[in-house]
Each structure stands twice: as C-alpha cells, then as structure tokens.
Design a protein around this ligand. Structure first.
Ligand code: FES
Length: 120
C-alpha cells in the first residue's frame, strides 16, 4: 500500500449553474485537480502526495477550495495558475501560501512554516 505523506483534496462538487452558492466544478476545479496530478507526476512526487477529489467542503463561496492534510491547511479561490506555487512552496518547502489561505483557521496559530515533504 502506498504511504502518502500528504493528501491534497480538491472540491469537484457540481451544482446547477443558478445555485446561489455556486460550485467548485463550475469554476474549473477538475482542471485544477488534473493540473495538480500532472504537476506532482512531473516532479516525481506522485508517490508522496495524493491528489484527491472531494465533495463539497462547505466553502463554496470561496471556491475553488483545496485542503492539504494532515496539516489541515485550507486554501480558497485556487486556480490552475496557483498549483505550481502550492506544490513548490507548501508541499516541498513547508511554507503556507498566505495569499490563498482561507480565514478562521485557529489550528494553524501563527505558523508560517510546516513540515516539508521528505523526499529521498
Ligand atoms: S462546492 Fe466546493 S466547497 Fe462547496
């Protein structure tokens, strides 16, 4: 069984276009997920980091929503263009990408630095 160091969940929930909360899929989350998968593979990280689909993460107004586990860092308004930065800064260096950080994450405290991936 693979032993992933991180799981990155991308909301791919879809709602009707006229739904008041919107949905991540209609904002392009499948492309975000596919880009994440491709970029992890290109960097040789696909065995360390799993890109997962997620159902609605209840942050629809802030979508596209992405959460990194186990550290539980929630990012919002994520686009395809943000994926390299999330991989290179958050995953590879352990730096929180503050410009994408959703508010109200008290479990993070004042942390700016998290454990980086252990790449052997
Ligand atoms: S639809 Fe993505 S967080 Fe709700």
């Amino acid at each position: 069984m693979p032993s992933f160091q991180r799981h990155v969940f991308v909301c791919t929930n879809e709602r009707a276009p006229d739904h008041p909360r919107g949905s991540c899929k209609l904002k392009g989350s499948v492309e975000v997920r596919d880009t994440l998968k491709a970029e992890l593979k290109a960097r040789g990280l696909a065995k360390l980091v799993r890109a997962n689909n997620a159902g609605c993460l209840d942050q629809c107004e802030n979508g596209i929503t992405v959460v990194v586990y186990p550290e539980q860092v929630w990012y919002g308004h994520v686009t395809v263009a943000d994926i390299p930065e999330i991989i290179e800064r958050h995953l590879m260096k352990g730096e929180i990408v503050e410009r994408l950080l959703l508010p109200d994450q008290p479990h993070l405290g004042d942390k700016k630095q998290l454990p980086a991936l252990e790449v052997t």
